[in-house]
Design a protein around this ligand. Sequence first.
Ligand code: GLA
Ligand code: ZN
Length: 662
Amino acid sequence: MKHYQFGVDYYPEHWPKERWAADASMMREMGIQIVRMAEFSWEKFEPAEGEFHFEDLDAAIDILAQEGIDVILGTPSAAPPAWIVERDPDIQPTDWTMRRRHFGGRHHDCQSHPAYRTHIRRYVTAFAAHYAVNPHVVGWQIDNELGNSHGDLCFCEHCEKRFRAWLREKYGTVAELNRAWGTAFWSQGYGSFEQVHAPRVTVTGINPSQELDWKRFTSDLVCEFHQMQADILRAAAPEKFITHNLMGFCSKPSYYDLGKQLDFASHDQYPGGHFHARHDEYRADWHAAELDFIRAVKQQSFWIMEQQSGITGWEILGRAPKPNQIPLWAMQCVAHGADTIVFFRWRSCAMGTEQYWHGILPHNGVPGRYHREISAFMKKYAPLLKELHGSVPKADVAILRSYDQERAFDIQPHHPNHRYMQHVATYYKALHRANVPVDFVGEHHDFTPYRVLIAPLQFLMTSEHAAKLRAYVEQGGHLVLTWRSGVKDGTNLCYTEGAVPCLVDDMCGLALAEYDCLRDTDGLVRWDGVEYPCTQWCDVVDTTTAESLATYAHEFYAGTPAITCNQHGKGKVYYVGTTMGDALADRFISCLCEGAAIGGLLDTPHGVEVTHRMAGGRKYLFVLNHKEVPQQVKIPETWHTWDGAVWEGTLAPLGMQVFVEL
Ligand code: GLA
Ligand code: ZN
């Protein structure tokens, strides 16, 4: 596969044809090598059933090709045209109140509907056949951000039919389903699979086991929907790649599962956001975590398919990216393993919902600051991206990110402020502050390359998973477990035998005695005489063999262990009974890293991030200042600036420097 460093998302159908050649030549001039197109253009290319008109897209591809630019084409199943909806109105999705959602936005489709599948097969087959032979089309993206507004949206009869088939396959008999879902409660027993529905709106409460299976099912449905299109594209053009624009920690489809169908993962990165109420909040660590997670999807380097290139917003807008911030955001992606950065979008569009989701060019097409900054960035760093292609960091710490645990906590957050990913991020952020490289892993990955495995909130504990964790520790791994571990089995029923954390209590060297949900109050933990805030939850434990590292300093359980460590086999198991505030998390991470002889890449002031990638036997180090003030950083003598610049010891506001360690 040819390597690309920079690209752009482009919608030629929004602009007069006379402009396309100027766009293409400006793109080439900037250093753009690849363009993604067509993922929302069904109506243009098939205005009536079976009447395909790819002439305009052919022309756009030709114009780009003349400038040496290749193309990724999207299949348009995120936006079926009005004539399809007119013919088959049932393909519009039904929400959980059984209310139909209508044409006029996007994602107005039911992914199960047989008629919709027929429309997609017809379109994708013709599209694939037409472009299979075009050498400038090098890859495909199927649909767009699958899971964005899909996931658990459609509750129609076709989706329920598939859900029942999925349940039949999983449980075999309705008696087993009744057992696994605990339907003895509130008279919910089923006499047949036909009586089972999607978890529609109820008067009060929903069976948590039913909800968990529904979330698993919808994830599988999204993956199967993708597979149907991938099969057509691969058969027509086996040499072209397939990727998908994932959305970081979006939890609707499992990206581990979806990733199996991709040649490489891609991600959409909008650090400015328009959805965050507080724009002064420090979020570089969260964005770093999402990038590290995307690298985990295929355990390899990845692409950014949409990189913020201006102000973002639909009806409400975010802040303007500050001078140099767009290049800094793009470099952060490279620093965590992106090989290629595709900027969204070429030109701010004059029409439709996304008029204010700005592009490299403003509405009038005249280059301004975004264009200037992005051009300079591309020119300077294209050679660096070439050197780095395919490389990843080397991490000794892994964090387990589990879709199943997240689903279970979405259903039962316990504390109103508790969110699975935010909890996982307390560990990530502390490691990030210490500049310790992190890999994310799923339950299916090999844990043994890591000296430390942080596995927060192992709420659902199956015997297979417990055995895998046990083997990891026995062979010398340092494992971190937390509150709400080993509480339930795989179908979301509470364990009724043994001590919580069930199946791993002996490894932890403790048993749960009781717990306290910190509603409307915070707690305190004392460690070596220093008191640190904690929130949300406190497990009260009886230790058997575990050593207490820190104790609670509040409530009737003051003085009992809050954080423990237990030797097991050749390894150790840490248990954290509460949600740690930042200061406590820093204290814990430093103890954990010291115990495993792991150090950070560099000591830096807050807001200066350091990451690395190993390429061609060399270590590349990225030092990124996410703060709007100059910051001093002490660089080791073995690090040399990649661009040969003299290192003066200070990073400019929102400045960056890449080093190579020799
Ligand atoms: C997403 C989508 C794009 C576009 C942008 C801006 O990331 O993939 O199609 O909608 O957001 O809203
Ligand atoms: Zn449906």
